[in-house]
Design a protein around this ligand. Structure first.
Ligand SMILES: NC(=O)C1=CN([C@@H]2O[C@H](COP(=O)(O)OP(=O)(O)OC[C@H]3O[C@@H](n4cnc5c(N)ncnc54)[C@H](O)[C@@H]3O)[C@@H](O)[C@H]2O)C=CC1
Ligand SMILES: O=C(O)CCC(=O)C(=O)O
Length: 410
């Protein structure tokens, strides 16, 4: 049966997981949404499926994995908000084929990650992590051995997007020379230079910092062969995704002292909440800064992300706009005061729009406005009708073959 939705605003259920900032709940409440369930943890398995059984909107961060099976168990799910940058934890294709747009916050925590990386690269180059550990164990080693200024050194940035470019600009202010590698040709900011390939970057950088998304191509992108190409005594920083670095290869390089240190914020497997245990072969190295995936965890970033993603969910719920959804045809809509607005998501097959209009016409519905956007697989049409015909229009639309989902807005 076609999922058909016409639920009053106060009954629409929002589930917000992973300690999403209270600014999101505030924004939802201010807009009249009151059925909001929150949890500090990521959920998985039966617990996640049960929670989603009657949810209309879901908010997650990076540790809740939304697979095709999870979407199959969430028949009412209307949209997902990733309260973060990365969307690799979501099967975006499966969501699209179920008519579920996915939103994120593409740059609300960019600056926070950049500042952390900047701090880490200075601490690593000065050998502070080991010195700090020695003093915590009541030792005292005052020495300039393996302690360097960052001025005049080379920073290699892998992935020159929002975060990578921001770090490049900040690092140049410290007098560093910046080289970057990206699969796209990028405008170099300041005096940064694009390396001809990854190997060329690895061979010249004193610190390599990773800022690529998790994709099949970035899986184990930094393994034994790549680390071997890095300069002896150099440092590695990973605040992108845990799957990008082969942790065993990194462990071996630290063991052999080929690398002088590392800062790792993200891990191939991360605990689901603050009460869980963290294990890693890297915990035994004093010269490795380990942080619990907090690159974007600042008061400023989290409050902004809460507001930004809540606003995107609210806009989709109230008005149907999918602007900036990462997996969906992009429709930016005007207000529809005085009319009823119907949303129809369908498989993008030849003739489907003709059938939409035929059904409405045979039901005697006058279309006041219509907006359509498609991608290869899915079409999204928004239709405004007179209030008196809303129910008949919804009935007509839901019967159109190849309908994925239809909904009337309040
Ligand atoms: N540690 C943390 O708390 C946080 C981690 N992140 C991670 O950082 C990643 C990067 O974030 P942004 O800079 O905002 O993303 P972005 O999309 O602006 O930049 C990513 C860059 O990587 C490049 N890229 C993609 N595949 C590549 C490959 N195989 N080789 C080389 N370059 C490649 C892209 O062309 C793009 O320029 C996110 O995808 C997320 O996984 C983001 C925020 C917080
Ligand atoms: O803060 C989070 O939960 C995740 C941050 C992150 O990795 C992202 O924004 O992609």
């Amino acid at each position: 049966m076609t999922p058909r939705l016409s639920v009053p605003k106060e009954k629409l259920k929002f589930v917000l997981l992973e300690g999403i900032h209270p600014s999101a709940v505030e924004a939802l409440k201010q807009d009249g949404y009151s059925n909001i369930v929150t949890s500090p943890k990521a959920l998985a398995g039966d617990e996640l499926r049960e929670t989603l059984a009657d949810a209309h909107f879901l908010g997650i961060r990076s540790r809740t994995f939304l697979t095709a099976e999870v979407f199959a168990a969430a028949p009412k799910l209307t949209a997902v908000g990733c309260f973060c940058i990365g969307t690799n934890q979501v099967d975006l294709d499966a969501a699209m084929h179920r008519g579920i747009p996915v939103f994120n916050a593409p740059f609300s925590n960019t600056r926070s990650v950049a500042e952390l990386v900047l701090a880490e690269l200075i601490l690593l180059m000065r050998g502070i992590p080991e010195k700090n550990a020695i003093l915590h164990r009541n030792g005292w080693v005052k020495s300039a051995a393996n302690s360097y200024e960052v001025r005049g050194k080379t920073l290699g940035i892998v992935g020159y997007g929002h975060i990578g470019t921001q770090i490049g600009v900040l690092a140049e202010h410290l007098g560093m020379s910046v080289v970057f590698h990206d699969i796209e040709a990028k405008l170099p900011l300041g005096n940064a230079r694009q390396a001809p390939n990854l190997d060329a970057l690895l061979q010249q950088a004193d610190v390599v910092s990773l800022h690529v998304p998790e994709t099949p191509q970035t899986q184990d992108m930094i393994g034994a062969a790549q680390i071997a190409r890095m300069k002896p005594g150099s440092h590695l920083i990973n605040a992108s995704r845990g799957t990008v670095v082969d942790i065993d290869a990194l462990t071996a390089a630290l063991e052999s002292k080929h690398l002088h240190g590392a800062a790792i914020d993200v891990f191939p497997v991360e605990p689901t909440g603050n009460d869980a245990v963290f294990t890693s072969p890297l915990t035994r190295f004093d010269n490795v800064i380990l942080t619990p995936h907090i690159g974007g965890s600042t008061a400023e970033a989290q409050a902004n992300i809460g507001k930004e993603v809540a606003a995107k969910l609210i806009r989709y719920s109230n008005n149907g706009s999918t602007t900036s959804a990462v997996n969906f045809p992009d429709v930016a809509l005007p207000e529809h005061a005085g009319r009823s607005r119907l949303l129809h998501i369908h498989r993008n097959v030849p003739g489907v729009m003709a059938r939409v209009n035929e059904r409405l016409s045979s039901a005697g519905i006058n279309i006041a406005a219509q907006y359509l956007r498609t991608n290869d697989d899915v079409g999204y049409v928004v239709i405004d009708v007179e209030d008196a015909t809303r129910s008949a229009a919804l009935d007509a639309l839901c019967q159109v073959p190849d309908t994925i989902r239809c909904r009337v807005l309040y």
